[in-house]
Design a protein around this ligand. Structure first.
Ligand SMILES: C[S@@+](CC[C@H](N)C(=O)[O-])C[C@H]1O[C@@H](n2cnc3c(N)ncnc32)[C@H](O)[C@@H]1O
Length: 235
């Protein structure tokens, strides 16, 4: 199993069991909402699309709050998530709202991305769960492949904050946050640190390093507010 499958498997079961509707609610933020929304509210009106119904892909769509938002804004939406329970809930919550969009179970790091298909790709806090360099490169390659030449890539990711309490996690100089894991043999990427087993869990980069990483991966960063970025393909 890949390290990024464990937490969502647990969390979406918990969301269903507690009758919640979105990941944000696990952190005490109420309602069917998503963290990237204020940034999207700000940048979407500034973007030009050639069609009245642009296509949008959300990577790591969870229970579909952002997909529903984008569908409500007139986008033809596709949501992907590695967690089957997330996709089951996203389909249910979309149907409850009378919205219709495509939701698929897929691992973005192994996804056979359709060649340029989307006017907008949105990543609402999936990138921070994709920790290891090779996996992040695979994610960026999928975005490069599937984004139209004149399309936009909006990323929201949690950045490094020296005041954050990382508890019993191990944090290294590359912003890799690893958490203790009991069943290490189930995971190809489990690593021994100081005599205990850990699993990569988050990548929290400095905003400047995040920008450098996106530039190196072939994107121009058009605007950045901490971990929220509006990008396009580098020309
Ligand atoms: C922090 S949650 C955010 C969910 C949703 N975007 C929101 O704002 O509510 C990150 C999401 O990324 C998904 N994810 C993690 N790794 C993934 C991968 N390799 N491929 C697709 N989705 C992934 C998780 O299952 C989870 O739903």
């Amino acid at each position: 199993m890949k390290y990024y499958e464990l937490e969502p498997t647990r969390k979406y079961r918990e969301i269903e069991r507690r009758g919640l509707s979105a990941w944000n609610e696990l952190h005490g933020e109420p309602g069917f909402d998503f963290s990237l929304r204020p940034f999207l509210d700000r940048v979407l009106p500034t973007l030009g699309f050639k069609t009245d119904r642009p296509s949008a892909l959300e990577i790591g769509c969870g229970t579909g709050a952002c997909c529903c938002f984008l569908a409500g804004q007139g986008f033809d939406v596709t949501g992907l998530d590695v967690a089957p329970k997330a996709i089951e809930l996203a389909r249910r919550f979309a149907a409850d709202r009378g919205l219709n969009f495509t939701c698929e179970v897929a691992d973005i790091c192994r996804w056979n991305a359709p060649h340029p298909a989307f006017d907008l790709v949105v990543d609402g806090h999936c990138l921070e769960c994709i920790v290891l360099d090779d996996d992040r490169q695979a994610l960026f390659a999928a975005v490069r492949r599937t984004l139209r030449g004149d399309g936009y890539y909006v990323v929201g990711t949690t950045v490094w904050n020296p005041d954050r309490d990382y508890g019993d996690s191990h944090v290294d100089q590359n912003g890799i946050v690893s958490v203790p894991v009991a069943n290490a043999s189930d995971f190809e990427d489990a690593r021994m640190i100081g005599g205990s087993w850990y699993l990569p869990n988050r990548r929290h980069l400095h905003p400047e390093s995040l920008r450098d990483e996106l530039n190196a991966a072939g994107f121009d960063v058009r605007c950045q507010s901490g971990g929220d970025l509006l990008c396009s393909l580098a020309r």
